[in-house]
Ligand binder design. Structure first.
Ligand code: MN
Length: 433
């Protein structure tokens, strides 16, 4: 049987846990991830559904999916992404057909059912994509205004280019890690205000940045600019991204070329890629862009998403996490397709597996800021956690977790979570002088 519309809000799954109103992995979502488990240690691609993972490396053998065998028996989603947007859509339709309540084909196939469904709790999640390159943008007007006010001039908080260019820097793909990977506090050059010379030391101003990661699935040609609409069609999906940042290293190094070591030590992403197709019902208009962007950045239609986001922090000794920020992706000034169109306009080739960070997502209220830098206003207003502890920046043993979901009619399309725990800096043997 064919499912006409996998985004139909009335769809339910025969996997009951997917039908809970607050479940992130409803049958309308179907996000892709790479997992392994105790029974089978090889990494392969699956789809999250309720509390389960549907193992696509087994399902593809049934010929119920419109892809060649082996497409999902891979340690990344790249081979599937390379097949292009029409195959992404057909495959999503086919997976939806398998999982909707009306379909008993897999449900009644006891042997396959037993093998192809893995409980999320029994799985280890891995980086879902082989990341070609990683670029980090700076596209929240509220965030850029807060940072500009703190470090430059509140009256001229935005740089003159900011309302014309989706500003970005090239980051490191080599240190993008999946959720639950521990992060060591980075070493770097730090110049204290009362010292003439910098020292090499462990960052004392370790921060997080709440972002959405855009995953590019289709490649572009070197030398060939792309339109915003084409850029949108090149996007496979999205993850939540924590752009860990060392503010004391950053403030000393960032002029004139931008952040380098302050950001290069780690970036964490959530393990499930929520597809652009699943987010389609949640498209909303972004903030008005004034002045009008140049024609190559013009977007017709809605390219922002109504996606609720929150950040929590849990000290090692605390029993509970404290929510420290709540915001929404819809506030972003520059949309992801605009970022991608800008990236390619010079002729830069974009590749399958490229990762674009949105930039820190901050709302307009002080409890909707996406970094500790803003939440504590560079340490001036410490946060008090539910355990009574105070925080200016992130301390050793702290776990930072970020989550996000789109709210449908009695269902959610959720991202799960990206978390990371901070470990002390690795001991070094560089002499003091
Ligand atoms: Mn960032």
């Amino acid at each position: 049987m064919g499912t006409n519309n996998p985004n139909d809000p009335s769809l339910k799954s025969w996997i009951e846990s997917a039908n809970q109103y607050d479940c992130h992995f409803s049958v309308q979502n179907l996000p892709y991830g790479v997992f392994s488990d105790k029974k089978n240690s090889s990494k392969r691609v699956g789809v999250a559904i309720g509390e389960k993972i549907l193992d696509l490396s087994l399902i593809e053998k049934t010929h119920l999916l419109p892809v060649a065998e082996g497409t999902f028996n891979q340690p990344s989603v790249n081979a599937f992404m390379a097949l292009g947007a029409s195959v992404w859509k057909e495959t999503r339709n086919a997976i939806s057909s398998i999982l909707v309540q009306e379909n008993r084909k897999i449900h009644d196939h006891a042997v396959l059912l037993d093998q192809a469904l893995v409980h999320l709790e029994d799985a280890s999640m891995h980086l879902p994509i082989e990341i070609s390159e990683y670029t980090d943008f700076y596209s929240s007007r509220e965030h850029a205004t807060n940072v500009g006010s703190m470090f430059r001039d509140p009256k001229n908080a935005l740089m003159p280019n900011w309302l014309h260019i989706p500003v970005a820097y090239n980051g490191r793909a080599s240190t993008v890690v999946v959720s639950k990977t521990d992060i060591h506090r980075p070493l770097g050059q730090i110049k204290l205000p009362d010292q003439d010379r910098p020292i090499l030391g462990a960052s004392k101003k370790l921060d997080m940045e709440l972002e959405i990661g855009t995953i590019v699935g289709a490649s572009s040609k070197m030398g060939q600019p792309i339109h915003v609409e084409q850029a949108n069609e090149m996007i496979f999906g999205y993850v939540i991204l924590n752009d860990w940042s060392a503010r004391d290293i950053q403030v000393w190094e960032y002029q004139p070329l931008g952040p380098f070591q302050a950001k290069a030590f780690a970036t964490s992403i959530s393990p499930w890629i929520v597809t652009r197709d699943a987010l389609e019902p949640f498209r909303v208009q972004g903030p008005e862009q004034d002045p009008q962007p140049l024609p190559y950045l013009k977007q017709e239609g809605h390219y922002n998403y109504d996606l609720n986001l929150s950040v929590s922090l849990k000290p090692e000794t605390a029993n509970t996490r404290t929510i420290i920020s709540k915001t929404n992706f819809k506030y972003m000034y520059w949309s992801s397709p605009q970022q991608l169109a800008h990236h390619a306009v010079c002729g830069c080739r974009m590749r399958c597996g490229d990762l674009l960070g949105s930039g820190t997502i901050s709302g307009s209220n002080s409890d909707s800021y996406g970094s500790m830098l803003e939440l504590t206003w560079n340490g001036k207003n410490p946060l008090t956690l539910d355990s009574g502890e105070k925080r200016i920046f992130i301390e050793d043993g702290d776990t930072v977790a970020m989550t996000g979901w789109c709210q449908g009619e009695n269902y959610r399309v959720g991202f799960g979570e990206v978390s990371g725990k901070i470990k002390s800096a690795i001991k070094h043997s560089f002499s003091k002088e």
